[in-house]
Write a protein that binds this ligand. Structure first.
Ligand SMILES: O=C([O-])CC(=O)C(=O)O
Ligand SMILES: [Mg+2]
Length: 245
């Protein structure tokens, strides 16, 4: 996976963002007062490629208009949609504000493949994609509200890239960190990414322990959330494991 765009993070934070679940990350964001960071309603197109990590490269659409949005505009290689695709860099995720409208696709298999070849880290749209059979096999994480055969400009007019957008009702700023897994996609404000990542890793480790205890038959009381005694057991176990490494 190309993660060049994430070089502002420490290797430890990058690793953590590659591992932590979106459930854990949204909890960490909530703990800092951010309640609306999960892009609800989007699912991954390729079941084997659910894990997404990259920096947001944003694309904004407004409603199409019949006098402007005609098929011939796609002959222009500098059409904003095509220009955006040719601008997504290594480690970046194309995040499309399709106003939550999925009746026409944000893009298709060829454009998505170009993003992959450019080293892009993925695609997220609150609209749809076309050529779904291709996306199901594409080795690029793509999150979408669904499939629609209708091409982009029947409904969308791509106006701008690298501006703040709304995607699935979540504010996404260029450079924010997008993380996806089987639950969907979360947007982490760039300035919070490092600390969220490190704390998320701690939460993951603790929850792994809690799950083991629950699987061992313990009730929730005293375990989840952990009582001081359970926490002590956890810290002791961690110390033991670290010593034996
Ligand atoms: O969305 C479009 O019209 C372009 C398309 O089909 C593709 O990229 O394969
Ligand atoms: Mg196509």
């Amino acid at each position: 996976m190309g993660t060049d765009a994430l070089s502002f993070l420490t290797p430890k934070a990058r690793q953590a963002l590659d591992f932590a679940s979106t459930a854990t990350l949204t909890t960490q964001l909530l703990d800092r007062g951010l309640r609306n960071t999960f892009l609800h309603g989007l699912t991954h197109a390729n079941p084997r490629q659910p894990r997404l990590l990259g920096e947001a490269f944003t694309l904004r659409c407004i409603p199409a208009r019949e006098d402007l949005d005609v098929l011939s505009v796609f002959r222009d290689y500098d059409h904003p949609q095509r220009k955006a695709v040719e601008s997504v860099g290594p480690g970046q995720v194309l995040v499309v504000d399709a106003r939550g409208k999925s009746r026409a696709a944000s893009l298709g298999h060829i454009l998505a493949t170009r993003i992959k070849m450019r080293g892009g880290a993925g695609i997220v749209t609150d609209g749809s994609v076309r050529d779904m059979a291709g996306f199901e096999k594409l080795e690029l994480p793509v999150f979408t509200a669904g499939a629609s055969a209708t091409t982009n400009l029947a409904l969308h007019h791509v106006v701008d890239m690298q501006v703040p957008i709304g995607c699935a009702e979540v504010a996404v700023y260029p450079g924010d960190i997008m993380v996806g897994d089987r639950d969907g996609v979360v947007c982490i404000p760039r300035g919070l990414a490092e600390e969220i990542a490190l704390d998320a890793m701690e939460q993951e480790r603790l929850e792994e322990f809690i799950l083991e205890v629950i699987e061992g038959g313990s009730p929730l009381r005293g375990t989840y959330p952990p009582s001081p005694e359970t926490l002590e057991r956890y810290h002791r176990l961690r110390e033991e494991r670290e010593r034996s490494r």
